[in-house]
Write a protein that binds this ligand. Structure first.
Ligand code: 13P
Length: 327
C-alpha cells in the first residue's frame, strides 16, 4: 500500500484548487456519456467515448486553465491514439489525473425517495490499483434532492463520503468530497441553503469522526441557487447565500473548494465564481470542477467528426473563462 505523507496530500489539494486553475470533470459513466453522444448523433462505443475524451485532454494549452481531469474507470484504462495511457498522458501534459470511484446511487428504503451513493465494497483494492497507475485524486458524489433530503439520508451519505475519503488518504490519493444538492425543482433560494447546510454539516461531522485530514481534501459543493423551475435569484443573492452556508459549515482547514456546475449555463456559473473569488475574508481557495459548463458546447461542435480543432477551441474558451473567474 502506498502511504504518502500528509504534506503531499495537502500539496496536491492546493495544486488542484489554487493557482487560478480548476478541474475538468470528464468522468461521466458509460451510460451517461453514451446518452450524451447519441443526443449529438454520434454512435456510442468505447472508441467514440475514448476519441471524445482524447479531444478534451489534448486541446492545446489546456493545462494553462486546468489543474486536474476526472476520468471514469473506462477512460482511465484506455490509451490515446499515440499509445500513452490517459493518466500518463495527463501528467505529461501538466494535468493531474483523477478517478471517479463511486458506483452510483440507490434508493434509501423508508426515506421518501432519498438516495445513497454506493461503491465502498472493495474500494481499498481499487484505490491501490488506481494509485499505482498514477491517480493523484479521486471523486465520490453524493446526491440530494431538496424535496427528499432527510437527516438520515445526509448522515448515511456523509458516512459513505467519510469512509471513502479516509481510504483515499490511506492510499495517497486526495479525495474530492462531493455532496451535490441538485438544482432541479421549483424550490427557492432558502430551501437550497437549508438542504446544502444539512448536507455539509453531516459530511464534516462524518469526516471528523473518521479522522480524515481536512488539509488533504477538496470539497466539491453546489452553488446555493433556487431550483431551475423557480424564479431566478440575483447573482448577489446566490453568491451571498453560497458564501453564508459555506462559512457556517466548512472548516478553515479545508484548502480548496471546487464548485460543480449542475448543468447551469457557463456564463452564469463563471459569474458566481468570479464574485465569490472577490469576497473578503474567504479562508479557502475557490475554483471550479465543472463538467457540462465546460464540455457541452464542445461535444456539440465536434459531432463525431475527424476534425477536432474547432471543438477543442470551444472547450479552451470555456476553460479560460472559468479559470479567469478565479484569478
Ligand atoms: P456538472 O458540472 O456537469 O454538474 O458536473 C460536475 C460533476 O462532476 C458532477 O459530479
Amino acid at each position: 500500500m502506498t502511504t504518502l505523507p500528509a504534506t503531499t496530500l495537502a500539496a496536491v489539494a492546493q495544486q488542484l484548487t489554487g493557482g487560478g486553475r480548476g478541474i475538468l470533470a470528464a468522468d461521466e459513466s458509460i451510460k451517461t456519456m453514451s446518452a450524451r453522444l447519441e443526443q449529438e448523433g454520434i454512435p456510442a462505443s468505447a472508441t467514440t467515448r475514448r476519441d471524445y475524451r482524447e479531444l478534451l485532454l489534448t486541446a492545446d494549452g489546456l493545462a494553462e486553465w486546468i489543474s486536474g481531469i476526472i476520468l471514469c474507470d473506462e477512460t482511465f484504462g484506455q490509451d490515446l491514439a499515440d499509445g500513452r495511457a490517459f493518466p500518463v498522458a495527463a501528467r505529461e501534459l501538466g494535468i493531474l489525473p483523477g478517478i471517479k470511484v463511486d458506483t452510483g446511487t440507490t434508493g434509501l428504503p423508508g426515506q421518501g425517495g432519498a438516495l445513497v451513493t454506493e461503491g465502498l465494497d472493495g474500494l481499498g483494492a481499487r484505490l491501490a490499483s488506481y494509485a499505482e497507475r498514477g491517480a493523484a485524486f479521486a471523486k465520490w458524489r453524493a446526491v440530494f434532492d431538496v424535496r427528499s433530503i432527510t437527516p438520515y439520508a445526509a448522515h448515511a451519505n456523509g458516512h459513505a463520503l467519510a469512509r471513502y475519503a479516509a481510504l483515499c488518504q490511506q492510499h495517497g490519493i486526495v479525495p474530492i468530497v462531493e455532496p451535490e444538492v441538485l438544482c432541479t425543482g421549483d424550490h427557492d433560494l432558502d430551501a437550497s441553503a437549508q438542504a446544502t447546510r444539512l448536507a455539509l454539516r453531516s459530511v464534516f461531522a462524518a469526516l471528523d469522526a473518521a479522522g480524515v485530514d481536512l488539509s488533504g481534501i477538496v470539497l466539491k459543493p453546489n452553488f446555493v441557487t433556487p431550483g431551475l423551475d423557480a424564479a431566478p435569484a440575483s447573482v448577489d443573492d446566490v453568491v451571498g447565500a453560497t458564501f453564508m452556508v459555506l462559512r457556517e459549515t466548512v472548516p478553515t482547514a479545508v484548502p480548496g473548494i471546487a464548485f460543480l456546475s449542475g448543468g447551469q449555463p457557463t456564463e452564469q456559473v463563471c459569474r458566481y465564481l468570479a464574485d465569490l473569488t472577490l469576497l473578503a475574508g474567504r479562508p479557502w481557495a475557490v475554483t471550479f470542477s465543472f463538467g457540462r459548463a465546460l464540455v457541452s458546447a464542445a461535444l456539440h461542435t465536434w459531432a463525431g467528426q475527424a476534425e477536432v480543432g474547432a471543438a477543442q477551441q470551444v472547450l479552451l474558451d470555456n476553460c479560460r473563462s472559468a479559470a479567469e473567474a478565479t484569478r
